[in-house]
Design a protein around this ligand. Structure first.
Ligand SMILES: *Cc1c(COP(=O)(O)O)cnc(C)c1O
Length: 305
């Protein structure tokens, strides 16, 4: 794809940042963070990679715009609103839950960017196909991007994340998992001797029965591991232990994380290293997937950044 097609994004801003910690030194483990969070203030991290082929399709096909789905603190909604604004495309979104009298700042930002918002009950939100059918007259000519960008386009875009770096420098890639779209792309982009470790933000009761697992298995690759014990109560849930960790981590590294995804990712990473999950001398690349919108749901004094 011609990079100039989207001049509002400069992926060369992404960089590798080395992390230092006593527990790494003891095990002679190297950890570097791929800072995708810095490529754009609103079109953050993995959301750009999951959106780019959708945008390209809309531009190539002459479709009218984009319609998508998300919650009140969705990184995906804000990224879509901003990307469409910069690309000059109209966009609409179905938002989970009725409009409250005090909408989230994320929702207000989406609206300011020109996104047309349709608030629907949680029950209706659960069935996107029915929603599209119900609103089909207003949506003719629009390209549908599934919630979270979970799609073939999203996986293929995510596979390009590793082309930003010399991936041979690493034995392990570790990333956050919501729908698993990014992780699937990362697995696709790795060589057979490299292992991708996903930290699930969602509570997954039975790994073998989980939808994410069958989604990841479609690749017919086995060089990955989905770790499910760092969900802190489930998707969107968090604890004091998590926010305290995020503050301490920010102070030590200068890296901001969020309560939904990357806070759990870095907590899991540190804990796994301390539990000797990784072999001695492992070279680990952590994908910082961006998106801090979830933190806007916290009381103002919870985080120090
Ligand atoms: C959306 C998001 C994820 C989850 O990505 P999936 O592809 O849905 O697994 C991870 N991290 C951040 C910061 C996100 O915004």
């Amino acid at each position: 794809m011609n990079a100039d097609a989207f001049p509002f994004i400069d992926i060369t801003k992404a960089f590798l940042q080395k992390l230092h910690h006593e527990s790494f030194r003891l095990r002679e483990i190297e950890v570097e963070v791929l800072r995708l969070d810095v490529i754009h203030a609103q079109i953050s991290g993995n959301k750009w990679f999951k959106l780019k082929y959708h945008l390209q399709r809309v531009l190539d096909s002459g479709r009218k715009g984009i319609v998508t789905f998300g919650g009140a603190y969705s990184n995906h909604l804000l990224a879509t609103a901003a990307a469409c604004k910069h690309a000059g495309l109209p966009c609409k979104a179905f938002v989970r839950g009725e409009l409250s009298s005090t909408p989230s700042r994320t929702i207000l930002d989406c609206r300011d960017l020109g996104m047309e918002l349709v608030f629907v009950s949680r029950e209706k939100f659960r069935n996107p196909d029915l929603l599209i059918q119900e609103y089909c007259h207003e949506l003719t000519g629009y390209h549908i991007v599934p919630e979270g960008g979970c799609s073939v386009e999203g996986v293929n875009g995510s596979a390009e994340i590793l082309s930003l770096i010399n991936k041979d420098m690493f034995d392990y890639f570790i990333c956050s998992v919501g729908t698993g779209t990014m992780m699937k792309g990362i697995v696709q982009g790795t060589g057979p001797s490299q292992i991708t470790v996903g930290i699930s933000s969602l509570k997954i009761a039975d790994l073998r029965e989980s939808k994410i697992m069958s989604f990841l298995n479609e690749n017919s690759r086995t060089n990955f591991d989905l770790v499910v014990n760092y969900h802190f109560g489930g998707y969107g849930k968090h604890t004091r232990q998590l926010t305290e960790f995020m503050n301490a981590f920010y102070v030590g590294s200068g890296i901001p994380t969020d309560i939904i995804y990357t806070g759990k990712l870095f907590f899991g990473l540190m804990d796994l290293i301390q539990k000797d999950y990784f072999p001695r001398h492992a070279r680990i690349c952590v994908i910082h997937s961006g998106g801090l919108q979830g933190n806007r749901s916290l009381p103002d004094d919870t985080l120090c950044y």
